[in-house]
Design a protein around this ligand. Structure first.
Ligand code: SF4
Length: 442
């Protein structure tokens, strides 16, 4: 829970020496409470102050880094609903290779996990880790794990209760920052291995109480690289459990529950698998492990994830710039649109699909779509013309033709006045009509 300025003041030396830049310790405490200063600015702050303030400022759902060089992070969430601020760490998507998968399927899944790439609105998504499970054939498990790490450099989620095997395999993939799955019974030994190799653990139990107690114990011992796997028997229970646990961590500050979740998806039914995966993305999943490689499902899940894990206060935007579509030359037309990512990618895609090469002028519009930017005064004739002049767009083409979005046709007269020598054409309202516009007007 956040501390107030008065509570923080009690932890400070009270000498008012001003070395932190504030006139009094209380003024400094107020700045700390408002997160406008760092405790390190007070050279006399006690260890106790550092400890208490450190705990008070940690996010209610702890950040759990893992992977090589701790390149992946789960958790670090501070709100229950995205509109309260933003969700921070997108649900990590992993692919499960089962013990019963034969060598051909193993190879196919490994290659798929390594090569899968999905691009949307300028962002590229990939499968971030691979899970491997084993109950019987430990030698094959060791060999496969080693192969996964060597070939993909991705962390492995290891699901195997045989401690000797886990010790051997952990040695072989040291440096991978992998995750060991365990239950409350073998947890202590797994934690020892995890500490030795700098791995995280994902703990489960037969009951929720047992899981809570073990998480509490590990937390008190200082082991924080922890994922929680709550046992549930139905979709509704999964939904309720994730919501209750996250709410307890964020609203009530229940620290043993303030860790990200890991969930293996396998219902035996593709539709149910999809619903489970969607539920995890919508409701606080830290890592989901998919049972099969299905590029269509992955594309849907990554798109959903993108929608949930974007900051609602910051529209996704592209850099204001002059973009080349195809191979424009001095005869090419010049289109203009806003820097809202979705608008940019739809318009640029449709220009490309029309078969023409062109320049696409994208002025700063604070990531708003065409009509919103126009209504907010960010996409006006003066601003568009100013950007075109500033960027010397006229020097790129001999025939100066500027195509504006059909939704802002009313800007055409003003733009013609602002840009002498340019012919201003009103383009289609809907980008999907771009091809017919290009063919009939250019
Ligand atoms: S440096 Fe520390 S002791 Fe000095 S005024 Fe600031 S908070 Fe108080």
């Amino acid at each position: 829970m956040a501390l107030t300025g008065l509570q923080i003041n009690k932890l400070l030396p009270g000498t008012n020496c001003k070395e932190c830049g504030s006139n009094t310790c209380l003024a400094f405490a107020m700045k700390l409470a408002a997160r406008k200063a760092e405790l390190a600015e007070c050279p006399y702050a006690s260890e106790e102050a550092h400890r208490v303030l450190g705990e008070a400022t940690e996010p209610p759902v702890r950040s759990v880094p893992f992977g090589p060089n701790k390149s992946l992070i789960a958790g670090e969430e501070t709100v229950l609903y995205r509109h309260e601020k933003t969700f921070v760490r997108p649900t990590i998507i992993a692919l499960h290779i089962f013990e019963e998968d034969d060598d051909i399927i193993f190879e196919k899944k490994l290659q798929a996990a390594m090569n899968y790439s999905y691009e949307r609105v300028g962002e590229t998504f990939q499968i971030d880790c691979i899970a491997l499970s084993c109950n019987v054939n430990f030698d094959a498990f060791i060999n496969r794990t080693e192969k996964i790490w060597k070939q993909s450099s991705k962390p492995v989620i290891l699901k195997c209760d045989n401690l000797d095997t886990i010790r051997v395999v952990s040695e072989k993939i040291a440096g991978s920052g992998s995750i060991l799955c365990c239950n409350v019974k073998n947890c202590d030994a797994m934690v020892e291995i995890a500490i030795k190799y700098d791995f995280a653990i994902a703990i489960t139990a037969d009951t929720h109480d047992e899981l809570f107690e073990k998480a509490k114990e590990l937390r008190e011992k200082g082991f924080m690289r922890l994922f929680l796997q709550f046992p549930t028997n139905s979709l509704s229970e999964q939904f309720q459990m994730n919501t209750i646990v996250r709410s307890a961590a964020i609203r009530n500050g229940v620290k043993p529950l303030g860790f990200p979740f890991l969930r293996f998806i396998r219902t035996g039914n593709m539709l149910d698998d999809t619903v489970e995966a969607v539920t995890e993305i919508l409701k606080y999943g830290g890592i989901i492990v998919l049972p099969d490689y299905d590029p269509a499902l992955l594309a849907s899940l990554f798109t959903l994830r993108l929608n949930i894990f974007t900051d609602p206060q910051k529209p996704i935007q592209v850099e204001p710039n002059i973009y080349s579509i195809g191979e424009p030359n001095r005869k090419s037309p010049v289109f203009v649109t806003t820097n809202f990512s979705l608008t940019y990618f739809v318009v640029s895609g449709e220009i490309e699909n029309s078969g023409t090469s062109a320049y696409l002028v994208v002025p700063e519009c604070e990531g708003m779509s065409v009509l919103t930017a126009w209504a907010a005064g960010k996409f006006t004739a003066a601003k568009i013309a100013g950007f075109i002049k500033e960027q010397n767009v006229g020097d790129l083409v001999d025939k100066k033709r500027l195509i504006i979005p059909g939704y802002v046709a009313q800007l055409s007269g003003e733009l013609a006045d602002e840009l002498p020598g340019w012919e201003v054409l009103v383009g289609p309202q809907d980008a999907s009509d771009m091809e017919s516009f290009v063919k009939s007007r250019l």
